[in-house]
Design a protein around this ligand. Structure first.
Ligand code: GAR
Length: 203
């Protein structure tokens, strides 16, 4: 049984989509072992509690990033987590965190990377005037929104859109993409070649 650790900071809609996918078997042979938020008031944390999942806040309390991360790592390891999913976790990870889970940390970002990394990617894309944007699930490495891409889904920008309507349609695609990407990683049938994520059957 694969054990997922979810990290979030806010609303938690991606976490809930993952939880639904686990419950319905769309992410096979997996369970959510622990949900951790850096903010005690995150609605996603309350939602996790309501679902009866292990859910805790680990706040920074003015500690240095590496020290805060060590407590999170220890908690994930204590729950035997083998895949960490960042779901709206709005903090950079320290190098020690990434080394503790090599190629076992995923993130979702609301643009087609490498376009529009960083905060408020949907508004960045809207204001730039792109006609197609979307979302990306990728491995986390030591650079922001940078690791190898697992899966992307595209969304057309409509003439009638504003940043909010666009973000809503991207979010619908995020909820599909994240679970598909997790299932793909856990299947063990893909590997990273350079920056590409390819089926192992590919010569
Ligand atoms: C999502 O749109 C996610 O892609 C984004 O935060 C939102 C969290 O929503 N993450 C980033 O921008 C990370 N760079 P949620 O809490 O409802 O899942």
């Amino acid at each position: 049984m694969h054990k997922l650790g979810i990290l979030l900071s806010g609303r938690g809609s991606n976490f809930l989509a993952i939880a639904d996918a686990v419950a319905s078997g769309r992410i096979p042979d997996a369970q959510i072992a622990i949900v951790i938020s850096n903010l005690a008031a995150a609605p996603g944390l309350a939602a996790a509690c309501e679902r009866g999942l292990n859910a805790i806040a680990i706040e920074t309390n003015r500690r240095k990033r590496a020290e805060h991360d060590q407590e999170i790592i220890a908690t994930l390891k204590a729950h035997n987590v083998d895949l960490v999913c960042l779901a709206g976790y709005m903090r950079l990870l320290s190098p020690g965190f990434i080394q503790a889970f090599p190629q076992r940390i995923l993130n979702i970002h609301p643009s087609l990377l490498p376009a529009f990394p960083g905060l408020d990617a949907q508004t960045q894309a809207f204001e730039y005037g792109v006609q197609v944007t979307g979302c990306t699930v990728h491995f986390v490495d030591e650079q922001l929104d940078h690791g190898a891409i697992i899966l992307q889904r595209s969304v057309s920008v409509l003439p009638t859109d504003d940043p909010h309507t666009l973000a809503t349609r991207i979010l619908d695609q995020e909820h599909i993409a994240y679970s598909e990407a997790i299932a793909r990683v856990l299947s063990g049938t893909y590997r990273i070649v350079g920056r590409r994520y390819l089926p192992k059957s590919q010569p």
